[in-house]
Design a binder for this molecule. Structure first.
Ligand code: BES
Ligand code: MN
Ligand code: ZN
Length: 499
């Protein structure tokens, strides 16, 4: 899809979007369209329920007096409440409506509402961003009726009073959307295609963007003593991998202390010998959603040439049962030297992260480390699919993540860590066991991870409820894999760690 910015105008081919604020206040562009249509809009307003509330739409097909094939009047709600998230949702829902409709062009003629805190350039760039995020499709494996699924919409034009400013803001948002798409593709790929070596290959291909990408195989990880990660992958015919991605866009400081992201990359989670029941195994190709988000944000940072030094480390394994698989009752030794009694091979994510986190801290001494993982089903019991769970040893980092989550439309909710939970992961024969009791499953998992954190400021995001969606699609997330986390992490970097 092609995006461009131009002066506000109602002279457009294809679909034209104009707006009203709450109280059916037609904006200047809407009034111009209404005049050209001989007052059809004002007449329609008299008979319907349209009031200009956010989310409302009135559609006029084949309007006379205009070159557009249809005009959509949309509600913005109250001007002072209309923000970047509102602009993205609006553009996304229009794009969803028109994507495969046969329309080839979409033009937004939305004036900056008086009283909105947005700048004209930001409004335009976020309209484009919402349209792009919604335009994602994953049709790689369809051989039939492709025309039903392939977008017809090819161009989006956003009208604005500040086209130059909009283009500048858009180039960063466009890069972030590319990172989101990369993550979505990784999550959506089936596990017979995207196993650890293939994931690592796709990460390695990002070298051409200026990222430094290293791939460690089993032999190297053995030397490093990563018994926890390797135990998870040992039942699979696919070799485990650890991928290290580094972006250094910080000005003139080659040896500067980086920030670090770590991702759980279980390319398929069968549960291992503690086998999942069939219905719970469906969708477990997405158990690498944390690794996908980390890869996606690294791509976004490189594409927008962010002025930051960042590393992304992902542990890639396949959790399978076999004669070589790890057993419940096994004891493994992690890279940190701590031993773990594996009582349930389905609590594998924390084992992968234990070594990935330790490796990241000892090698890079980062300013902070944030891990993302589809770690526990229990986080969905607590938070459903609206918030990801946040756990942290650092209040400032937490506050910044919460803020970036709200800014980017990827909200998080903080849950507690406390030593009182430690007794739940006490082992009879090793330093700890890999499961807690029936209660507080997300907290005991986070408490386990904390044992592999030195003194580094650390946050853990449990994204089991947000990395993919089974039910109804959300406006900005059309597909199954959401790419959740890319936008949040990019925003965190932009807000606090650049320059
Ligand atoms: N990958 C799962 C968590 C998960 C469940 C993600 C559902 C997305 C949807 C994780 O490896 C797992 O199996 N966790 C167990 C932990 C338990 C054995 C302590 C769980 O949540 O049941
Ligand atoms: Mn599992
Ligand atoms: Zn898992």
């Amino acid at each position: 899809m092609q995006f461009s910015f131009a002066a506000l105008s109602t002279a457009a081919e294809g679909a034209l979007v104009v707006a009203a604020t709450a109280g059916s206040n037609l904006q200047a562009s809407a009034t111009a369209a209404d005049k050209a249509m001989g007052g059809a809009m004002t007449r329609a307003l008299k008979s319907g329920k349209f009031t200009g509330k956010a989310g409302q739409v009135l559609e006029f097909m084949a309007p006379s007096g205009l070159s557009a094939s249809r005009v959509l009047l949309v509600g913005l709600g109250k001007a002072e409440e209309f923000d970047a998230n509102g602009a993205e949702h609006l553009a996304a829902s229009m794009t969803g409506r028109l994507l495969t409709s046969g329309e080839k062009a979409l033009t937004f003629a939305i004036d900056l509402p008086k009283g909105s805190k947005l700048k004209a350039s930001a409004l335009a760039a976020h309209l484009a961003s919402g349209a792009k995020l919604r335009s994602y499709t994953f049709n790689t494996y369809r051989t039939k009726n492709r025309e039903d699924f392939e977008p017809t919409l090819k161009t989006v034009t956003v009208g604005t009073t500040d086209a130059a400013g909009a283009r500048k803001a858009w180039s960063a948002l466009d890069a972030v959307a590319e990172g989101v798409f990369f993550a979505r593709d990784l999550v959506n790929e089936p596990p017979n295609v995207l196993y650890p070596v293939e994931f690592a290959r796709r990460a390695k291909a990002m070298s051409k963007l200026g990222l430094k990408v290293e791939v460690l195989g089993v032999a190297e990880m053995k030397k490093l003593g990563m018994g926890a990660l390797l135990g998870v992958g040992q039942g699979s015919d696919h070799e485990s991998q650890l991928v290290v991605m580094e972006w250094n866009g910080a000005k003139g400081k080659k040896g500067s202390q980086p920030i670090a992201f770590v991702g759980k990359g279980v390319c398929f989670d069968s549960g291992g010998l503690s086998l999942k029941p069939g219905a719970s195994m469906m969708g477990m190709k997405g158990d690498m959603g944390g690794a996908a988000a980390v890869s996606g944000v690294m791509r976004a940072l490189a594409m927008r040439k962010a002025k930051v030094h960042a590393v992304g480390v992902i542990g890639l394994v396949e959790n399978m049962p076999s004669g070589k698989a790890q057993r419940p009752d096994d004891v493994v030794t992690s890279m940190s030297g701590q031993t773990i009694e594996v009582l349930n091979t389905d609590a594998e994510g924390r084992l992968v992260l234990a070594d990935a986190l330790w490796y990241t801290q000892t090698r890079f001494k980062p300013k902070f480390v944030i891990d993302l993982a589809t770690l526990t089903g229990a986080i969905m019991v607590a938070l459903g699919n609206e918030h990801a769970g946040l756990f942290s040893n650092n209040d400032q980092l937490s506050a910044r993540i919460c803020e970036a989550g709200a800014n980017s439309g990827e909200p998080v909710w903080r849950l507690p860590l406390a030593s009182g939970y430690d007794k739940l992961i006490k082992s009879k024969i090793a330093d700890m066991k890999n499961i807690g009791g029936p209660n507080a499953g997300s907290i005991t998992a986070a408490q386990f991870l904390q044992r592999f954190i030195d003194k580094t400021p650390w946050a853990h995001l449990d994204i089991a409820g947000t990395a993919w969606q089974d039910g109804e699609a959300k406006p900005l997330y059309p597909g199954w894999g959401t790419g959740w986390g890319v936008r949040l992490l990019d925003r965190l970097v932009a807000n606090h760690y650049e320059g």
